[in-house]
Every structure is written in structure tokens, then in C-alpha cells.
Design a protein around this ligand. Structure first.
Ligand code: ATP
Length: 586
């Protein structure tokens, strides 16, 4: 139960609802307990008539009708109160579920990039859906049935004891057995259901990946192979489900068997006691049979609830592990910083912890506010890493990175990231309208601003050719943009933000050179007062920059302006000549 203590704060938060739920449960139990008493009384009326038959039965009929009316009344009130009990306690658990989901999600948002590399998306999704769902079963049904059981037990046993202590003892004797069997069965159901869930998650991961890669699958004609793999997984899933269905099917009959057993005990011992005169009224037996039936579910629920608590404990443990993780990148400065955009790297070396790859070696350069720096180099030479470090997705341990003369780590993290507009290499767009995708950079942007940004990114003409224009939905249920269109929407998103620093990570690779030229001309105007870093493989993207650095295996091998570098033998000149001849050829 240690891990579940974490949830106490939610019980405190919803204490009034919780207390109300307990009060309603007590009142509901009291009303439901009138019923056996009234049934017992009715039986006694009949018993008295059988023992002393009279001609005028109208009195008996009247008494029976009154009893019947009272039974119906008590049943309706008890039913309504049970409904209210669920409305308070189960609804409270839904509130806790909502709060906990939000808490986990907020924690996900806080955590750094490295966390996402260590954990699989499926696991993250499971925490927020499956695990939170299991915890809710503890906060809701488990707590509700425990309260219900305790209250019902306390009241019923007192009632029964007052009527006949001996028969009470016989009645409750088989109940621990019932609870034990139900517990064992619930544990087995949970185990099999976990195995089935795991299998189901492999099946859905496989399908999800297949749908995402459907183009490659079709192009390589791999449908048959995939079908076979899917079939195997689906068969496994079916077998697991059947084994789960088997134990599930035992639950009902086992309950009925054990309830029947308890009833037999009451009938047998109650009958014997009636015969030898230990109990006076036959109605007592009927009353006890109803008590037994009222007790069996709460007793059975002890077993079921214990397995729910076990499950919830395991789930909360996993959730707590995530909630306790501190992000690697923390904000050390609560005060606001106004960022100008002068960036300086001094002897920066950087190694990715997980892969142990040294991406940067002793890098030093400076970009002043309003300047443009182009970074060129072979693939894997460390260009994107420089941009990641500027966004403080990782902290450096060797060397220093400063912004406006202040260490990056000493700046307010939110202000730093807010001052940056980044266009990543793999332009990610959300399954939303084009307009909202662009507005992601500035939520309050007007339609005019959206159109203006799209025009600057040379994607406006493409957008207005779509049937729904800026309202066109992208992604799974919408249209698929071409690589170049995606890149340009992503550029528009950065432009609309109007940040102090713009970082373009090889984001023109999928557009033709003519469009590239147009975009670069526009960017040249937009970026006049902004610090701009352009990562590229093309000289055309770099030639107008104030400074160009060339990276090779994490080291700067050349730096200077376009003309300075053209006058030196080396990577840049070779690249220029190669790309020039390619252009001439085309
Ligand atoms: N998130 C990461 N975790 C671990 N290693 C990484 C990560 N990102 C990059 N690397 C490694 O660091 C090195 C530099 O990668 P980086 O992405 O900075 O190169 P790049 O010059 O931008 O390459 P490209 O031109 O192909 O985009 C590579 O060897 C890469 O495998």
C-alpha cells in the first residue's frame, strides 16, 4: 500500500465528496437491511395463520400488503441511495483519474529529450491510460466496496446476532472460504488479463507501424509477409483471450455455488433449530437467507478488491517512478530574461550520453545579434547538435555556451526557448488544419499574419490550391503534404513567431533550387535584425551568410565568409564547384 499513499492528496482534495459517499453508503445499508426484516415478518404472519387458521383472512391480507408496501418502499430508497453512493464515490474516482492523467502528462512535458530516448512511446502511453485506469479502480470501486463491506458487515452481523447468535455463527462460517476462492480467482484473472493486454499491445504496435510504413510495405510488396506476422500475433492474442475467458467464466458459477452452499447451511441448521425450538419463528430462517445473500457479495468483493489493490499498487509504483524523475534540463532562473540573440560557443565538446558518440569537439564560434551563421559539413558531423545545444535540449559539461554574455544554463529556460524559432530537419506537422499548424508558432496570430507567413515561406500558392485552403486538415485523416511543402509550412510556423533567433536545420533540402532562392531572399529580409543559424548541405543556402563554418567529425575544419572560403582550397570550395557543375548540368 506504500505506493498508493501518493493518492492520499486526492482523497483530501475530494474529502467532502468522499465523506458524503460514506454517509450515503451507511444510510443505504440501513434501508436495505429493512428488507430481510420485513420479509421475515411477512413469513411470520403466514406462519401464524397456518398455526391458527381463521375464516376472515382480510386482516392477514392487509398486514401482508402493508409489509409488501414497506418492502417496495425500502427497496426503492435503498436502490436510490446506492445510485447516489456510486454517483459520489465513482464520480470522485473519475475526478482523480482526470487529475492524475493531467499530472502525468504535465510531468511528460517537463521531462527532457533524454527521457524520451530511454522510454518507448508504448510505455509512456500505458502509464497514462492503462496504469491510471487501474489506479482509478482502487480509488473508485475498491474503496467503495471496502466501505460498503465494512458497513454492511457491521450492521448485518449486529442484526443477525440480535436475532440468533448461534445461527449467525453457522451463517458466516463458509464466508471466509468464499472470499479466499474469489481472491485466488481474481489474481488469476488479473494475471491472464495482463498477459492478454501485453499481447494486445504488441499487436497494436505492429499494426500501427504497418499503417505508418504502408508506402514502403506496398513498394516492396511485403503485404504477404506482414499478413503472416500479423496472423501469428493475432492467433497468440486469441489464445490468451480464450484462456482469460475461461477463468472469467468461472467467476459467476463459483459465486453461485458458494452462495448456494451458505444458503444450504442456513436452511439446514436454521431448520434444525426451528424444529428443536431454539428459534421461535420460521420467518427467522427466511430473514437469515436474505442476510446471507446480502453478505455474500461484500465478502466475495474482499477477494476481488484485494486483487484490485494489488494491481493498483503495481501501477502506482510505475507512475511514481515517472513522477519522481527530475528533468535533466532545469530552469535555474525564475526571473525573466530579455534575450537579444548574441551567441558564443567557447571550446565546446559534447558527447551523447546514451550512445557515447562525441558529436562536437572543441567548438568555438560567435554569432552577434542580427548576424547569420551557416553551418555546413558532411552528414553526422555535428551540425544539428549545435542547434540542439542552443535550444538547451542538452547541457554541455565541457566548454561554455553564452547568450548575450550570460551562460545558457543561467538564463530563464522558458524565455530562452521562447526567443527561438526552430525549423527542424524532419518537419513535424500535427494532425490539424494548415492554419493551426502555422499558428502553433503564435497562437493569437490573425488570419492575415498566417497568410503573410505562408507567403514568406513560399507555400501560400500551394495552400490556396487545396479545396479547403488554410482549413485543410493534415495527417492521418487529412491530406499528405509533399516533403517540400511540409518544410515550408514548418518555416512559416517559425517566421510567424517572430523570434529573436531563427534556427533552420537543413529545412530546404526538399525544395527545388528556384524556390530555395525565393525563400532565402525572403528570409534575408525577415532575418535582418535576428540572429540566424542555417544548417545546410548546399552552398546556395550558405553563401549570403555573414559567417560560414564547416564541420567534420565534430570539429570546425574551415570558417570564414563565402568569398574567403572560395579562395581557400578545402571542403567548401570543392562543394561549391561540385554543386555549380550540377546546376550547370541541370
Ligand atoms: N539524440 C542523439 N542521441 C545520440 N546520438 C546522437 C543524437 N543525435 C545525433 N547523434 C549522433 O551525433 C552525431 C552528430 O549528429 P548530428 O545530428 O549533429 O549530425 P548532422 O551533422 O546534423 O547530420 P545530418 O547532416 O545527417 O543531419 C552523429 O554521429 C549522430 O549519430
Amino acid at each position: 500500500m506504500k505506493e498508493l499513499h501518493y493518492l492520499n492528496k486526492y482523497f483530501i482534495k475530494y474529502k467532502y465528496r468522499f465523506l458524503l459517499g460514506i454517509v450515503i453508503t451507511i444510510v443505504a445499508q440501513i434501508f436495505s437491511l429493512f428488507i430481510p426484516k420485513l420479509v421475515g415478518q411477512s413469513m411470520n404472519i403466514i406462519d401464524t395463520y397456518i398455526k391458527n387458521p381463521i375464516n376472515d383472512t382480510s386482516m392477514i391480507k392487509k398486514e401482508l400488503l402493508v409489509s409488501l408496501g414497506l418492502i417496495i418502499g425500502a427497496t426503492i430508497i435503498a436502490g436510490f441511495l446506492t445510485f447516489l453512493m456510486r454517483q459520489t464515490l465513482i464520480v470522485m474516482s473519475r475526478h482523480v483519474e482526470f487529475d492524475l492523467k493531467n499530472e502525468v502528462f504535465q510531468q511528460y512535458e517537463r521531462l527532457s529529450q533524454s527521457f524520451y530516448k530511454r522510454n518507448r512511446t508504448g510505455d509512456l502511453m500505458n502509464r497514462i491510460s492503462e496504469d491510471v485506469g487501474k489506479v482509478r479502480m482502487y480509488v473508485g470501486p475498491a474503496v467503495m466496496y471496502t466501505i460498503n463491506t465494512i458497513i454492511r458487515f457491521a450492521i448485518v452481523i449486529v442484526y443477525m446476532y440480535n436475532v440468533s447468535p448461534t445461527l449467525t455463527l453457522y451463517t458466516i462460517l463458509p464466508l471466509p472460504l468464499l472470499s479466499y476462492f474469489i481472491f485466488k480467482l481474481s489474481v488469476e484473472i488479473n494475471n491472464r488479463s495482463r498477459i492478454y493486454q501485453e499481447n494486445l499491445s504488441s499487436l497494436s504496435s505492429f499494426s500501427q507501424e504497418m499503417f505508418s510504413g504502408i508506402r514502403v510495405i506496398k513498394a516492396y510488396a511485403l503485404e504477404g509477409q506482414n499478413k503472416k506476422e500479423f496472423n501469428n500475433l493475432a492467433q497468440e492474442s486469441r489464445d490468451k483471450n480464450m484462456s482469460l475467458a475461461f477463468v472469467n467464466a468461472l467467476f459467476g458459477p463459483l459465486m453461485i455455488l458458494l452462495i448456494g452452499l451458505s444458503n444450504l447451511v442456513v436452511i439446514y441448521f436454521g431448520g434444525m433449530m426451528y424444529v428443536n425450538g431454539t428459534i421461535e419463528n420460521i420467518g427467522t430462517i427466511a430473514e437469515f437467507i436474505l442476510y446471507v445473500n446480502m453478505l455474500t457479495w461484500p465478502v466475495a468483493s474482499i477477494g476481488w478488491v484485494s486483487s484490485l489493490v494489488q494491481e493498483a499498487e503495481a501501477s502506482q509504483k510505475r507512475i511514481n517512478e515517472f513522477l519522481k524523475i527530475e528533468p535533466d534540463i532545469k530552469n535555474h532562473n525564475p526571473n525573466h530574461d530579455s534575450i537579444q540573440g548574441s551567441i558564443a560557443f567557447k571550446n565546446v565538446s559534447f558527447t551523447y550520453e546514451d550512445t557515447n558518440i562525441q558529436a562536437l569537439k572543441n567548438i568555438s564560434f560567435e554569432v552577434k545579434k542580427g548576424e547569420t551563421l551557416a553551418i555546413l559539413g558532411k552528414t553526422g558531423s555535428g551540425k544539428s547538435t549545435i542547434l540542439s545545444l542552443i535550444c538547451r535540449l542538452y547541457d554541455v559539461e565541457n566548454g561554455s555556451i553564452t547568450m548575450d554574455g550570460k551562460k545558457l544554463a543561467d538564463l530563464n529556460l522558458h524565455d530562452l526557448r521562447n526567443s527561438i524559432g526552430i525549423v527542424p530537419q524532419d518537419a513535424f506537422l500535427f494532425s490539424d488544419s494548415i492554419k493551426n499548424n502555422i499558428k502553433f508558432g503564435k497562437e493569437e496570430a490573425t488570419d492575415m499574419e498566417v497568410i503573410e507567413a505562408a507567403k514568406q515561406a513560399i507555400v501560400h500558392d500551394n495552400i490556396i490550391n487545396f479545396k479547403n485552403q488554410y482549413e485543410t486538415v493534415l495527417g492521418e485523416r487529412g491530406i499528405t503534404l509533399s516533403g517540400g511543402q511540409k518544410q515550408r509550412v514548418s518555416i512559416a510556423r517559425a517566421i510567424i513567431k517572430d523570434p529573436e533567433i531563427l534556427l533552420f536545420d537543413d529545412c530546404l533540402s526538399a525544395v527545388d533550387t528556384e524556390t530555395e532562392e525565393q525563400i532565402l531572399n525572403n528570409l534575408f529580409q525577415i532575418c535582418k535584425n535576428k540572429t540566424t543559424l542555417i544548417v545546410s548541405h548546399r552552398v546556395s543556402s550558405a553563401k549570403n551568410a555573414d559567417k560560414i563554418i564547416i564541420l567534420e567529425e565534430g570539429e570546425i575544419i574551415q570558417q570564414g565568409t563565402h568569398f574567403q572560403l572560395l579562395n581557400r582550397e578545402g571542403y567548401y570550395k570543392e562543394l561549391y564547384l561540385k554543386q555549380l557543375s550540377e546546376k550547370e548540368l541541370s
